[in-house]
Design a protein around this ligand. Structure first.
Ligand SMILES: Cc1cc2nc3c(=O)[nH]c(=O)nc-3n(C[C@H](O)[C@H](O)[C@H](O)COP(=O)(O)O)c2cc1C
Ligand code: SF4
Ligand code: FES
Length: 620
């Protein structure tokens, strides 16, 4: 797109309607309306308000994408006038996100997952069949109405292989179809129906030991009354009786650690925000969940959305927040609908808004839809994204608890972390800490995928072994043998079949020099081509690096190139030399990258080399 053309490009009536759908009609000449005679001719009324709505940039771009199918120069130009954003700036934002298109796209698009778990379940064949029977990705159907694209993990790894259908129009449609097969995808591309949304049924349904999953599959996620009949809102009432400081005391006693990957103590984080004098405070629920192989937060959001709302309300009460955001990845349409429906009910019944349950406490929650950028799960990248900028992580310090969203003290917590809070409040901190181990308290959700008989989200107390967990999921099917287990996703590491007695605790995996990460446990049988699997991981990081800092931007490319040479057999100076390059690049990314993406971009690859002996003829 030539930015110099943008000032001349006009929006169509449909594009104007799509933008106004989010922003409302323009009110002054400053935000894109017709300039009137009178006071506005000489004064700048409205300019400040228009600039103050910059945070609506991403929702506005989404509205264009969903209703028109792409963001044209005219549409972008109108957004820029409405929000007083320079076109180059807005263009930089629009092009940051993979789900937003700035080139013409047909209304009907199918995103086909080519990531790790789907590879274990035939995504390659699916893609090959689409290429043969439809055309390569991005090629249009004969009537120009549809196309397909490859996608990173869609968060449906338990139902692999997965695809997501997006149909633009006045009533936009987004639907995940999983498991998908070529005839079904071809039918979607030809205008076929995606069928009903699948119910969310965890494999352990009905087991008495479940805590986080106890309602999932049993409660009607669309009914606040049913939620209340299943113990819903008992924790919030109890939290009000404890008071904000009492809630934080229980949380610290529970020793709950964050489930988003960094295992930071939640009570410490909440206390730090509660103590900040600057106002207002913000709460962000991190539902970006884009780590390949991760889908636990989706299951909670789809199956028990009121629990997320109740837990966020308790968090806001304890940390003195009046506004919360759920930053949800764009590939979770079913979870989005479930949460939106639940929010509307909670609002209309006095569980959100002013004076919640008669207390002098007000709180509101808004969903912000991500647009296909893994990096936006990093806590400061979320702030940038919500503020309407490219999702580029910030330097720390200042830490979010001091200076976060809109420069104010902010609590960021993962969905699973928050849902744990309900149990902490109901059981008391020490009661919660009775489950698990001394340093890893409570239960943990694990996302079992790849070659296991019964993939899905499993809840177990910290301390069970990896072997127990794989057995729970039915082990490796089809009489095949286990080759390796990927722990923690693309940013995690591999374990060998002789390491299955590892206790699953934060301290246990640390000692074993691996990670629980976001709870990914992906079993790979002996059919998996590990070098090609590693290439996919390298490609993922190369695509997802935000490009802001050199070690990660260049390192992820060099890493992929070295792997490609190893795979092709055309090495620069032999295998040992290429492995040394990978190690050196990895060290550089770990030492000098701004954020966790660069710091972990080589973890899985280096663990496959060091632990499994890949490229060296077997286990090390
Ligand atoms: C590249 C990257 C992606 C991340 N993605 C997520 C995510 O999708 N969900 C999440 O909860 N945390 C994610 N995190 C971790 C967050 O930065 C943050 O630690 C977490 O949301 C804090 O919540 P917790 O204390 O409840 O774990 C990511 C971190 C990095 C570096
Ligand atoms: S480490 Fe990578 S993803 Fe993180 S800020 Fe630097 S370039 Fe961006
Ligand atoms: S949905 Fe395909 S790898 Fe997760």
């Amino acid at each position: 797109m030539d930015l110099h053309l943008v000032p001349d490009a006009e929006e169509t009536p449909a594009e104007r309607a799509a933008v106004d759908h989010v922003l409302g009609p323009p009110e002054s000449g400053w935000d894109g309306g017709a300039r009137h005679d009178g006071a506005e001719r000489n004064t700048a009324r409205g300019g400040h308000d228009a600039r103050g709505r910059r945070h609506l940039l991403l929702p506005t771009l989404w509205s264009l994408q969903e209703r028109i199918g792409w963001i044209s120069p005219g549409g972008l130009n109108y957004v820029c006038r409405r929000l007083t954003i320079p076109p180059a700036d807005a263009y930089g934002v629009a092009t940051f996100y993979a789900l937003l298109a700035v080139e013409p796209r047909p209304a009907r698009v199918v995103h086909v997952c080519e990531d790790l778990a789907c590879r274990c379940h035939g995504s390659h064949d699916l893609i090959a069949q689409l290429e043969e029977r439809f055309g390569t990705e991005g090629e249009l159907s004969d009537d120009g109405s549809s196309t397909w694209y490859r996608s990173p993990c869609l968060g449906q790894c338990d139902r692999a292989p997965a695809v997501m259908l997006a149909v633009a129009g006045n009533e936009p449609l987004e639907r995940v179809v999983a498991p998908a097969a070529a005839p079904g995808v071809l039918s979607l591309l030809a205008g076929g129906d995606a069928g009903p949304e699948p119910a969310c049924i965890p494999p352990q349904l009905g087991e008495g030991s479940l805590r986080l999953l106890r309602r999932v599959g049993r409660v009607d996620p669309a009914s606040l009354d049913d939620y209340r009949a299943h113990d819903g809102y008992a924790a919030l009432r109890h939290a009000f009786s404890l008071g904000p400081e009492g809630v934080i005391r229980e949380l610290k006693d529970s020793k709950l650690q964050g489930r988003g990957g960094a295992a930071f103590p939640t009570g410490v984080k909440w206390e730090a925000v509660a103590r900040q004098p600057a106002q207002p405070h913000y709460l962000v629920c991190n539902a970006d969940e884009s780590e390949p192989g991760t889908f636990k937060d989706r299951v909670l959001l789809e199956g028990d959305p009121f629990a997320v709302i109740e837990a966020m309300t308790i968090a806001a009460y304890a940390t003195n927040c009046t506004r919360g955001y759920v930053y949800m990845r764009g590939e979770y349409p079913q979870a989005h609908r479930a949460l939106e429906r639940a929010l509307a009910q909670a609002r209309s019944r006095g569980y959100l808004g002013d004076g919640i349950l008669g207390e002098r406490f007000s709180f509101e929650i808004e969903i912000r839809k991500g647009a296909g950028a893994y990096i936006c799960g990093e806590e400061t990248a979320i702030f940038e994204s919500i503020e309407g900028k490219r999702g580029e992580p910030r330097n720390k310090p200042p830490f979010p608890v001091v200076e976060g969203l809109f420069g104010k003290p902010t609590v960021v917590n993962n969905v699973e972390t928050l849902v744990n809070v309900l149990d902490v409040v109901l059981r008391s901190g020490p009661g919660f800490a009775e489950t698990g181990t001394e340093s890893s308290t409570g239960t943990k959700l694990f996302c079992l995928s790849g070659h296991v008989a019964r993939p899905g989200v499993y809840e177990v107390p910290f301390g069970v072994t990896l072997r127990d967990l794989l057995d729970l999921a039915g082990g490796v099917p089809g009489g095949r043998s286990l080759q390796a287990v990927l722990m923690g996703g693309a940013a995690g590491g591999f374990l060998r079949p002789d390491e299955l007695d590892l206790p699953l605790t934060f301290e246990g995996v640390r000692e074993a020099k691996t990670t629980l990460g976001s709870g990914v446990v992906m079993a790979l049988d002996d059919t998996v081509d590990l070098p090609r699997f590693l290439m996919r991981i390298a490609a993922f990081f190369r695509n997802e690096s935000c490009g802001q800092c050199v070690p990660c931007r260049v390192g992820t490319v060099r890493q992929q190139e070295a792997l490609a040479r190893l795979l092709s057999g055309r090495t620069n100076g032999g295998v040992a030399r290429e492995l040394a390059v990978i190690a050196e690049v990895g060290q550089c990314m770990r030492d000098a990258s701004i954020c966790g993406l660069g710091q972990t971009a080589s973890s899985a690859i280096e663990s496959a080399i060091g632990r499994l002996g890949v490229f060296q003829g077997g286990a090390a």
